[in-house]
Design a protein around this ligand. Structure first.
Ligand SMILES: O=P(O)(O)OC[C@H]1O[C@H](O)[C@H](O)[C@@H](O)[C@@H]1O
Length: 435
């Protein structure tokens, strides 16, 4: 049993002042809206029930991952948005920080992402890097028609056919819609191994489907433990009582701060393992809530790195911010301690024998205090330890919180009509033929 805890002490002052909302009542309504499937976008609630750990889908993902691990130096993962960020976040949170450069530690393929940008330099240099290596490909697109991954896949497919000839298809795994879309049609005609993104799970809620699970399993992550963590979270956060549900408290209290003029939320972490997780979180909340001219703007900072850059703005800029700190209680590597140095030229001898984790923790506590003094409310989400189980729990925590928060904001948390605007213009400029 994981003990995730949401500490709201550093936000209580703001939550208790000004107009008071009956959050218990509003949350109960939002809870029923999700669990009875009566709200806007209710066709997209498939993520509420995580995949069966012993089911066929998970077993097929594991079998494919085993093949990839056995015959590949490199796995290329092609996707963007919800078909990209979750897998990358999971891998960065749960594997060695330098896994791609560290074969002995990795015991599996290097994993690289492509199709999440249109940079010719990035793509060219990735091809340079994989020259001479054995490669497998996981191309992921729910719609099967998104420009960036489709373009990348065209290039990668040519590269694969050039290298493996007719056998290229045996190394290509496609994760897409069960029936429709260009990627489905192509996969069926080329005989690729395919995995399905369920109709009732939107891209940004899909990390715990084959979208995220196959790349993570290929990277050596225990996805069964991850799914067990998600199931645990499902149980823990199925309680409609606000007082007993920290996920709902987070959803409600961020809305409380929003109503009190705090329009920007910074997701804060003290470990670079969370950098891409923050990107995943930003898509989840940004696409779910930013509509009808409403929504908290989701941003992120990495501390202590950004305390030396954005710290100034957070401390003294406009007071429209609040922070949600992700804190890992058992960060690991407590053995790394500050050494004693003759002469103490850098003045650090007062820390001799203290662990780096201890120093990081004091930085967190000191920052929490400073930002409160600077009128920035803080929530702290305590994660017991970064394990596959807990990361499954964490993904679920934010997915559930986002759905509830979206309903509290009175928007549809499951659509993203706004992202079409740039695409329309881009297609016009590119001269895309209309069908
Ligand atoms: O999986 P795909 O259909 O390729 O979509 C990838 C991403 O791009 C779209 O433009 C949406 O804004 C995202 O919600 C989605 O996750």
């Amino acid at each position: 049993m994981s003990h995730f805890q949401l500490d709201t002490k550093a936000a209580d002052k703001w939550l208790n002042e000004g107009e008071q909302t009956d959050w218990a009542l509003e949350v109960k309504r939002a809870h029923e809206t999700v669990h009875n499937g009566t709200g806007r976008g209710s066709d997209f609630l498939g993520w509420v029930e995580p995949l069966d750990v012993d089911g066929e889908i998970v077993q097929n993902v594991l079998a494919a991952a085993k093949r990839i691990r056995a015959n590949s130096d490199v796995l290329l993962v092609i996707g963007i948005g919800g078909s990209y960020a979750g897998a990358r976040a999971g891998i960065e949170m749960l594997t060695h920080a330098f896994r791609n450069q560290f074969a002995a530690e990795r015991q599996g393929p290097e994993v690289y992402f492509i199709g999440h940008n249109l940079s010719a330099t990035y793509i060219t240099q990735l091809f340079q890097l994989i020259e001479g290596k054995d490669v497998s490909v996981n191309v992921i697109s729910k719609s099967g028609t998104t420009t960036e991954p489709a373009l990348a896949f065209r290039l990668v497919r040519d590269w694969m056919v050039n290298k493996y000839g007719v056998k290229a298809g045996e190394r290509i795994y496609a994760t897409t819609d069960e029936k429709k879309g260009a990627l489905r049609t192509l996969s069926d005609s080329e005989g690729y191994t395919t995995f399905v993104i369920p109709d009732d799970v939107g891209g940004r809620y899909s990390v715990l489907t084959p979208v995220g699970l196959l790349p993570m399993a290929a990277a050596g992550i225990d996805i069964e433990a991850m799914l067990r963590g998600a199931h645990e979270a499902k149980e823990v956060y199925s309680n409609g009582n606000l007082a007993e549900n920290s996920c709902y408290q987070y959803a409600a209290y961020r809305n409380d701060l929003y109503r009190k003029g705090k329009g920007i939320e910074l997701l804060v972490s003290y470990d670079p393992r969370f950098i891409t997780f923050a990107e995943w979180w930003k898509q989840l909340f940004g696409e779910s809530e930013g509509k009808e001219h409403k929504g908290i703007y989701p941003a992120s900072v990495q501390f202590t790195t950004d305390l030396h850059s954005m710290g100034q703005y957070i401390q003294e800029g406009p007071r429209h911010l609040f922070e949600t700190v992700l804190w890992v209680d058992e960060a690991g590597h407590d053995e790394l301690k500050v050494p004693h140095q003759e002469g103490d030229l850098d003045g650090l001898n007062y820390l001799t024998g203290k662990s780096v984790n201890f120093v990081n923790q004091q930085a967190m506590l000191g920052t929490l205090e400073a930002h409160q003094d600077g009128e920035v409310p803080n929530f702290v989400l305590h994660i017991p330890e970064l394990t596959a189980h807990n990361v499954g729990h964490l993904f679920y925590f934010f997915e559930k919180a986002c759905a509830i928060s979206g309903y509290l904001l009175d928007v549809n948390p499951f659509d993203q009509p706004g992202v079409e605007a740039y695409k329309k213009n881009m297609f016009r400029l590119l001269g895309k033929p209309s069908k």
